[in-house]
Write a protein that binds this ligand. Structure first.
Ligand SMILES: NC(=O)C1=CN([C@@H]2O[C@H](COP(=O)(O)OP(=O)(O)OC[C@H]3O[C@@H](n4cnc5c(N)ncnc54)[C@H](O)[C@@H]3O)[C@@H](O)[C@H]2O)C=CC1
Ligand SMILES: Nc1nc(O)c(N)c(N[C@@H]2O[C@H](COP(=O)(O)O)[C@@H](O)[C@H]2O)n1
Length: 252
């Protein structure tokens, strides 16, 4: 797959497209028993090479990649589109971490790479941006910023979360036109349960799910236990077979 998979273009605007409102894509890879990770949150490679490459193409279509702080701590991801040919010179997506209490570990790989590969800055690596609550102390913020990350504060909702409904205005404040939300389980759950933006329009524009033909057994569900009640119904609008996996595109 040497170019952007065409079917994605029907559902997701490219990073250079003009959009009237920030585009929100929710995406994850799951097993047949609806798990996204193994016991204790251990990372599992669910996607085969073809669907993983598709995920990296999808990353390149978005201005930002968003994860919850638990995923950062458990997976220590890079959040780049590094499976794509460097010769394409695609701008790297902006990593965004939802981290209400600023638990962000300053030893994380995304920060380490930003600090130790200055020649790659802007070309394949962007500075991690952490979204935390407005109750976090200025000392803690200074510590994380001194380590090299950017910290932005927003008011938390009654659940102590960054409100999903307010993400579009946060994105606009940060000058980001689109975001690909990769998880984990708690983040997927709040974004699936919250259906509208603060302005009343639909919150999530596209859902892309990679289904891998395997069972995990004990592990982390697509949504946490007990949060599977009241989930919205999804409409499957396209299914693409990619190697061993099925990639489903859904709308709400
Ligand atoms: N297979 C896949 O596609 C993926 C799997 N994962 C897996 O997910 C697991 C981590 O999932 P979780 O423990 O559920 O943590 P998570 O990554 O969803 O982070 C949850 C934390 O994010 C913060 N947060 C801020 N705003 C929030 C909001 N609006 N909604 C929810 N949380 C918000 C809270 O502090 C919360 O504790 C890991 O095991 C990781 O491997 C993560 C991403 C993708
Ligand atoms: N698409 C997809 N397939 C899998 O099998 C996965 N385990 C994930 N996980 C997500 O990708 C992040 C790791 O990214 P890097 O390889 O470090 O770039 C991980 O944190 C999850 O968000 N995704």
């Amino acid at each position: 797959m040497h170019s952007l998979p065409q079917f994605l273009l029907d559902y997701i605007p490219t990073a250079t497209a003009t959009v009237e409102r920030p585009h929100i894509t929710l995406t994850w890879a799951q097993s047949l028993d609806s798990k996204i990770a193994g016991p204790g949150g251990s990372r599992v490679i669910l996607s085969g090479p073809e669907s993983m490459l598709m995920t990296h193409w999808m990353r390149s279509m978005h201005d930002a990649i968003l994860i919850g702080v638990n995923t950062l701590i458990l997976d220590n991801p890079r959040l780049q589109a590094n499976l794509l040919p460097p010769s394409l010179n695609l701008p790297p997506p902006q990593p965004l971490i939802l981290d209400p209490n600023l638990r962000f570990p300053v030893t994380s790989r995304i920060l380490n790479e930003w600090n130790t590969k200055p020649d790659q800055r802007g070309r394949t690596i962007r500075q991690p941006w952490i979204i935390c609550g407005d109750q976090v102390s200025s000392e803690r913020i200074r510590k994380v910023e001194d380590a090299g990350a950017r910290v932005v504060q927003f008011k938390l909702d009654d659940n102590g979360h960054i409100s999903p409904a307010s993400l579009p205005s946060i994105l606009s404040d940060l000058n980001l036109k689109s975001v690909m939300i990769e998880g984990g389980s708690k983040v997927l759950s709040t974004f699936l349960h919250c259906q509208n933006r603060d302005d009343g329009s639909k919150l999530v524009d596209s859902i892309v799910v990679t289904v891998a033909p395997m069972f995990i057994g004990e592990g982390v569900g697509v949504v946490p236990q007990g949060e599977d009640i009241g989930l919205p119904s999804l409409k499957n609008i396209h299914t693409e077979i990619m190697g061993k996996d099925a990639v489903m595109i859904c709308s709400l």
